[in-house]
Design a protein around this ligand. Structure first.
Ligand code: AMP
Ligand code: FE
Ligand code: FE
Ligand code: ZN
Length: 285
């Protein structure tokens, strides 16, 4: 059994449609894949409709959250969520708010770049993203098309990283609220790439303990942005807190160099996760 529980389609900031992504998953020899687009469930219907025979699909999402600190900027936290009810009213409201926030914040980042002479056209960038789920990778691709940088990675390294003068933060969901909303919707909240330091500051262990207290059910341990020591640390924390551990590629098509199935989840961990989710069924034969 090969299981990858974190992938993005073109419904958010990946480059393959959900149907293409599932074909990629099957061709890579995966038995189980989760679709976890940022802040949207809009890809679920296509995934259910186009699922190749023999592939199990876990419907999911990656919710943009933040942890507030006194006298300091908040820390960005990505919360994977699986098997929740996508019609849960509080969740639907929060996703609408997040996508509206993505649009206004994306426009501000683009305006900052335009003010400095980068030849970007906001309307073109929005037209190239599905359902308003715009993120920095869309801006990165526009910078590549404009010839301002050679690649998406270079765009992040030089212009779009979180310390860049062009960067604007999003007003993401307070993470304890996010955990509660996902649980209320019958879902399984899992802390994504929690020690990925290149993305910004990371949470300390006591904050993860507070998240577990609030209802967190899992920790993503094996992730391309975690080195062996970080994986060992997260694994120890999951053991202490009695949480499910997952592994995944965080595949984004050609927006990242990581291939699908670069990291995978143990079958017994998947079984525990599936047993905890009550808001939506998995898609399987
Ligand atoms: P945003 O949600 O708009 O803040 O953008 C964050 C997204 O940018 C992440 O989900 C990744 O898909 C992508 N990303 C972040 N850092 C990098 C990087 N160094 N290279 C390529 N993509 C990145
Ligand atoms: Fe992403
Ligand atoms: Fe993430
Ligand atoms: Zn992701």
């Amino acid at each position: 059994m090969r299981i990858d529980l974190h992938t993005h389609s073109s419904v958010s900031d990946g480059t393959e449609t959900p149907a293409e992504l599932l074909a990629t998953a099957r061709n890579a020899g995966l038995d189980v894949v989760a679709l976890t687009d940022h802040d949207t469930t809009d890809g679920w219907a296509e995934a259910e409709r186009t699922r190749p025979a023999g592939l199990t699909v876990v419907p999911g999402m990656e919710l943009s959250c933040r942890w507030f600190l006194p006298d300091q900027p908040p820390i960005s936290v990505h919360l994977l969520a699986y098997l929740f009810d996508p019609r849960h009213p509080a969740l639907v409201d929060e996703l609408v708010r997040l996508r509206t926030e993505r649009l206004s914040r994306g426009e501000r980042i683009v305006q900052n770049l335009v003010d400095d002479g980068y030849p970007l056209v906001w309307d073109d960038i929005v037209a190239g993203c599905s359902g308003g789920v715009i993120g920095r990778p869309h801006v990165a691709r526009a910078l590549v098309r404009a010839g301002a940088v050679g690649s998406v990675d270079e765009a992040f390294a030089s212009l779009l990283h979180h310390r860049s003068p062009y960067y604007v933060a999003k007003a993401d969901t307070e993470v304890i609220d996010g955990i509660r909303i996902v649980r209320d919707a019958g879902g399984v909240p899992v802390f994504a790439h929690g020690l990925a330091r290149k993305r910004g500051r990371v949470l300390d262990d006591d904050t993860v303990r507070a998240m577990a207290e609030a209802g967190l059910l899992g920790i993503e341990v094996d992730h391309p942005d975690h080195d062996p020591e970080e994986r060992a640390h997260m694994s120890g924390l999951a053991k202490e807190l009695d949480l499910v551990t997952t592994g995944s590629s965080d595949y984004h098509g050609t927006n990242k160099t990581t291939p699908i199935a670069a990291c995978t989840t143990e079958p017994e961990q998947l079984e525990m996760l599936l047993a905890l989710g009550t808001g939506s069924p998995v898609y399987r034969d």
